[in-house]
Design a binder for this molecule. Structure first.
Ligand code: NAD
Length: 514
């Protein structure tokens, strides 16, 4: 392990503790905040002090049963699934207005609970509002297929909400990722049970008041906190839940996939990644440098689409490595609440230990050129220096496995074929970033790379209408735009006969006289 000099202050910063933290975090079921039926709780730590700052209700099967029953009742008997799209859209826009008006507070709480830098948490809160506004627009603009079969039939699609949606979310950018599922599920007319990540339950608890103020009827939104193997597992196995939208690790996705099978649920899975950034010698190196640094170190590196493997064409390799390492050493690691902070504290001591173990593994798998441990000026809290390993071989664990922290592997290549083989040589396939000024190569490479999403000469900026999702071990099903509405809806085909019906007349022949 090495230490490095950064521009951050020498002393450990004083931790910012938000005013008005809740005394405890409860479930929200049928319009009421409630504790677990059996009174179970779990401790929630903040990632700077690693001290327990609140306890949260730990949902069990009985709590999930209550929440699903409330969601079922609201779906079967309540107004939400039957409202005109315009009426639901107005409520979704009000939700967006409220989220926007509270963005600073949301960011403060999110940053405190997750360790994300405050400026980045603010951007995520604003994106959450945008998710609601986007789906509010989409449901009023939506059209479905109608076909005329000349002279015979009219066929049309009758779109219907699917039922009760189970939403299971991870701890990186929790509030934004919850909005990503809540907005299309509610827009479609489903009722929901949200099970947020146990490391970061604070911001999820704010949805309840936001929805209530916006006029969402009781029972439409239900929240059950708790551990994945208890609350999450019960939600996945519940027979009255029609679909599960899951974002998290690939290994958890595999388990949930199997657990959905007995009740044949619809599933959408957004899973892990080990995305390549491929830099050809003809690229705009300044732009590629800014973008790849941001791509792997923003959100503390706890980002599913992080460009955590950088492949660089040999002629510019040394220059790129030198400049990348110099910039990485200069990144400000510090108090998540400080607006100058670029990398904050990792979410939880367990995750910190996992990331540090990969840093240790990396020292025997690559050449360390920046970072490599805890910053000297931050003796406590889950802080990790932006860490850069170069000359990493494709069979290295730090090349193959998702680390989900501020750690990057850089590898040289000589030919386009070799770059493609390296890019595709992992089990994941979420995103890919390609840097070249050769138009033909940009498109050929983009189409050959095994990833759900490709960015050419850009980092991760995405229009909400485009598909989002991965291939291989990175996911199953694509959400985004109308695809999300399709996931939360049934599309019933209705066929109407025009004029006389032409049917073969079984049993209509003359019975011969006996
Ligand atoms: P995780 O899989 O450990 O947990 C995700 C959620 O699943 C949590 O709410 C957890 O409680 C729940 N869960 C765990 N076991 C369960 C079970 N047996 N049944 C039901 N629910 C269960 O993931 P994490 O550590 O919270 O998140 C990090 C992972 O998420 C990374 O792999 C990252 O790449 C991935 N991720 C993917 C995307 C994407 O869009 N592809 C986006 C963000 C994060």
């Amino acid at each position: 392990m090495t230490t490095q000099t950064t521009t951050a202050p020498a002393a450990t910063p004083v931790q910012h503790i938000p005013d008005g933290l809740p005394e405890r975090i409860q479930h929200f079921i049928a319009g009421e905040f409630v504790d677990s039926v059996g009174g179970e709780t779990f401790d929630v730590l903040d990632p700077v002090s690693n001290e327990n700052y609140v306890t949260a209700a730990a949902g069990q099967k009985a709590d999930i049963d209550r929440a699903v029953a409330a969601a079922r009742k609201a779906f079967d008997d309540g107004p939400w699934p039957r409202m005109l799209p315009r009426a639901r859209s107005r409520i979704l826009n009000t939700i967006a207005d409220i989220v926007e008006s509270r963005d600073a507070r949301l960011a403060e709480l999110e940053s405190f609970d997750s360790g994300l830098p405050i400026t980045q948490a603010l951007g995520q809160a604003q994106r959450a509002a945008e998710n609601f506004r986007f789906f509010a627009d989409l449901i009023v603009a939506q059209s479905d297929d109608t076909y005329k079969v000349p002279g015979r039939q009219l066929n049309y699609v009758n779109r219907k909400p699917k039922g009760v949606a189970g939403l299971i979310t991870p701890w990186n950018t929790p509030f934004m990722l919850e909005s990503w599922k809540l907005a299309p599920a509610l827009a479609s007319g489903c009722t929901v049970v949200l099970k947020p990540a146990e490391f970061t339950p604070l911001s999820a608890s704010l949805w309840a008041d936001i929805f209530r103020e916006a006029g969402v009827p009781d029972g439409v939104f239900n929240l059950v906190n708790g551990l994945g193997e208890e609350a999450g597992d019960a939600l996945v196995k519940h027979p009255d839940v029609q679909l599960i939208s899951f974002t998290g690790e690939s290994s958890t996705g595999r388990l949930i996939f199997a657990n959905c099978a007995p009740t044949l649920k619809g599933m959408s899975m957004e899973l892990g990644g080990k995305s390549p950034a491929v830099i050809f010698a003809d690229a705009d190196l300044d732009a590629a440098l800014d973008s790849t640094l941001f791509g792997v170190f923003s959100l503390n590196g706890e980002r599913c689409t992080a460009g955590s493997r950088i492949l660089v064409e040999r002629p510019v390799y040394d220059e790129f490595v030198e400049r990348f390492a110099a910039r990485a050493k200069n990144i400000v690691v510090g108090d998540p609440h400080d607006p100058k902070t670029e990398v904050g504290a990792l979410v939880h001591p367990e995750h910190f230990a996992k990331v540090m173990s990969y840093v240790e593994i990396g020292t025997s798998e690559g050449r360390l050129v920046a970072g490599g441990g805890r910053p000297e000026h931050l003796p406590t809290g889950n802080y990790v220096q932006p860490t850069v390993f170069v000359d990493v071989k494709p069979d290295a664990r730090i090349f193959q496995e998702e680390i989900f922290g501020p750690v990057v592997a850089i590898t040289p290549f000589d030919t386009e074929d070799e770059a493609l083989e390296l890019a595709n040589g992992v089990k994941y396939g979420l995103a890919a970033y390609i840097w070249t000024s050769n138009l033909e190569r940009a498109h050929t490479f983009a189409q050959a790379v095994e990833s759900g999403m490709v960015w050419l000469n850009s980092h991760n900026v995405r229009d909400l209408r485009t598909p989002f999702g991965g291939v291989k071990a990175s996911g199953l099903g694509h959400e985004g735009g109308y695809r999300s509405l399709d996931f939360y809806s049934d599309q019933q085909a209705v066929h109407i006969t025009l004029g006389p019906v032409h049917t073969a007349r079984f049993g209509a022949h003359e019975t011969p006289a006996s």
